[in-house]
Write a protein that binds this ligand. Structure first.
Ligand SMILES: C[S@@+](CC[C@H](N)C(=O)[O-])C[C@H]1O[C@@H](n2cnc3c(N)ncnc32)[C@H](O)[C@@H]1O
Length: 203
């Protein structure tokens, strides 16, 4: 169903790239556990459309960095959309698991995407200076703000999908960080939101 929704608003080339990605993910997943096995039948809604909505909130950028990319959500979907809608933007995926990085590079090669995949720990790389920073299912908001304070440029924006506990996470994070945030309802999960965050300064 979600594939049909997406197909209405992207070029044939973008849809082909998404199909390449979905097929490779389905093939590699049993070996390296890119997403929970139970979510594969719902891949297009649960992972791809979920990532598309993140891209649409931040589709004008110079350098987008996705931390803890895993199987590529939302960063690799952002790269596929960016190839059609914002080709001048640069995208970096950071993922410490070498096998997942091999997967991400394989999809990029097969789909003809020009991205950088860093097989490193977020804490150990020099500042990325990104103006958009995303991370899904990586860490608590408090920890994410620590990563963002290192890797985001001064005017940059972090975009973090968060689940049902998001309000408690914001309250906890406000004990450690000053930041401006807005929340938008998720289109794929009624309990989830996407947090847009700027102006991160340690308390
Ligand atoms: C739960 S997965 C989420 C993957 C993807 N963002 C998603 O939503 O499907 C978290 C990923 O972050 C990676 N990761 C965790 N800590 C990391 C770190 N310090 N540096 C780089 N990658 C890390 C893990 O290897 C894993 O692939």
């Amino acid at each position: 169903m979600s594939r049909e929704i997406i197909a209405q608003s992207v070029s044939r080339e973008t849809l082909e790239r998404l199909d390449i990605y979905a097929n490779l993910l389905t093939k590699w997943n049993p070996k390296i556990n890119l997403v929970a096995k139970s979510t594969i039948p719902n891949l297009w809604n649960r992972h791809i459309l979920d990532s598309v909505q993140v891209f649409k909130l931040a589709n004008n950028f110079s350098h987008w960095a996705d931390l803890g990319s895993g199987g590529g959500f939302p960063g690799l979907v952002a790269a596929i959309y960016s190839a059609e809608f914002h080709p001048e933007g640069r995208i970096t995926l950071v993922e410490s698991d070498q096998r997942k990085c091999a997967f991400l590079r394989n999809v990029a090669r097969e789909a003809g995407l020009d991205i950088q995949v860093l097989a490193e720990r977020i804490e150990e790389i020099p500042s990325l200076g990104a103006d958009v920073l995303t991370a899904r299912a990586l860490a608590s908001l408090t920890e994410l703000l620590d990563f963002a304070s290192r890797h985001l440029s001064a005017d940059g924006m972090a975009v973090f999908p968060k689940g049902a506990r998001w309000k408690a996470e914001v309250e906890e994070a406000e004990r450690h960080w000053h930041f401006n945030w807005t929340s938008l309802a998720s289109r794929t999960d009624e309990q989830a939101v996407i947090l847009k965050i700027k102006g991160i300064v340690r308390v």
